[in-house]
Write a new protein. Sequence first.
Length: 529
Amino acid sequence: MNAAEFSALDQTPQSADQLLLDLLEKDLSNVGYRYDNVAQLLGEEAAAAFARDQIHPALRILDRQKPDTPLVTVVRLFQLGQTVAKSAINLAFSELKTEGLLKLGLIEAWADGFRATVALALHSSDADGELWVAHDLGAHQRPGVLRTDHVLGIGQASLTLAQLTIRAEVDRALDLGTGCGIQLFHLLSHAQHVTATDLSKRALGFARFNLLLNHRVLKLDPKNLESRVTLLQGSLFEPVAGERFDLIASNPPFVITPRSSTERAKDRFTYRDGGMAGDRLVSTLIEQAPEFLNPGGSMQMLSNWEIPRLDDDSNTAWDVRVRQWFGDELDVWVIEREQTTPSGYAETWLRDSSQTEDQNSYVAAYNAYLDDFESRNVAAIGFGLVYFRRPVGQEAVIQSYEQITHPVEQPLAPTLQRDIAMADELARAGEEFKQWHLLVADDVTEERHQRPGAEHPGVILLRQGAGLRRTELLDTAQAGFVSACDGDLSVFQLVNALESLIGEGQEDFADRLYEAVKRLLLHGMLRKM
């Protein structure tokens, strides 16, 4: 299918008529359907509740403000999923009217009025403007189990990936598993062309609608969409066979879901379930991706992974299996952000699809999750961030697997970009880094802890206030080095001075200190002048 063929799918917003889309844009602008206006309308508490998929506080606020203003009508219709009278819709959508919304597939007749068939969320992109993003209504807006081809909206996972994707200028980018298009919108701010793929035709229909509705903010020509965006339907890398990209971003359907011999593809929740056993979908993506990357190209994605149980009932280290997915020729940086138990995992995803509504099917599905994990001896499931790069004519310089579960600064992308650039610079410099003059980063502080009456501190901590907010435990030599980093002396001079003061007779003192300095540079705690 070409992009135009995604413009008129059943039960999907229609995007074949640009005039109607432009009228919708005008109406939404005229009523002030913007993030700040809606936040002010609902108030802090109701807005926070809505972010947790609870609509009742917002309804209480709006019900006290009758008669409804045009903005209230839009919020009731497209955020809260309420039935609205035709007269109110025609007042709010003075250009498009009810008939236009029906032609776009955004509303349907219901009881004594009309109700939305989709949600219209508000989202800020890298293009310095707000977007209106159409997606399927959630269970909090339309009660019941989600349809299996549900098109997800702006969830925490999609926001997380948007915040960690490095925004360097590139020629060609790939959004693998685009959904309603969140990553696509962000990629357009720094990629000359973006290819967006999805297994779901409906998802691509939503993405096309969103692109054309927001074409002014995204700086797209609606008459020549293909000059900046290609939409392709298919599984994993199949739609882009033989192509290569400078950047791949993916929020894939990584959820680990029980498989059965009688399951049908149409019964899977395509927005989260890739149809492979365990975490095989993620490992397959990682195995296949390098051949679709240009030299220097990188992939960033979110992932789940299984952590096996050992015979003594303890867990293996979280990264043992993950390391096996990557070849030695790749630069790799994986950060585990959280872990959960099999039962906790089952509850999360059964709740996500609203499968808790029917108690009998809920218990059966819950048991299926537990049986599935037991069959592979899974003790825990990890979630994290994955970055890997195909080096340019050089050996890999990054092989990092970290567990960072505390809150980090968002967006995280500038920190990742800085630390990767430092790894590259250290690799190029070799022994020359010893001639660098260093300073302590502005966000770094030091803590010293000692017993009352003790002459020297027993613990010295270096804390990072921004980025990944790491904490480094320093020995006396490392603490002395950091304290002297005011730019006057080179790394070599400082190490030599410390070796003569406190390192005499200690084997490999200088080598160990040099390695510690490199680590502090890689972690952004020290920086070059």
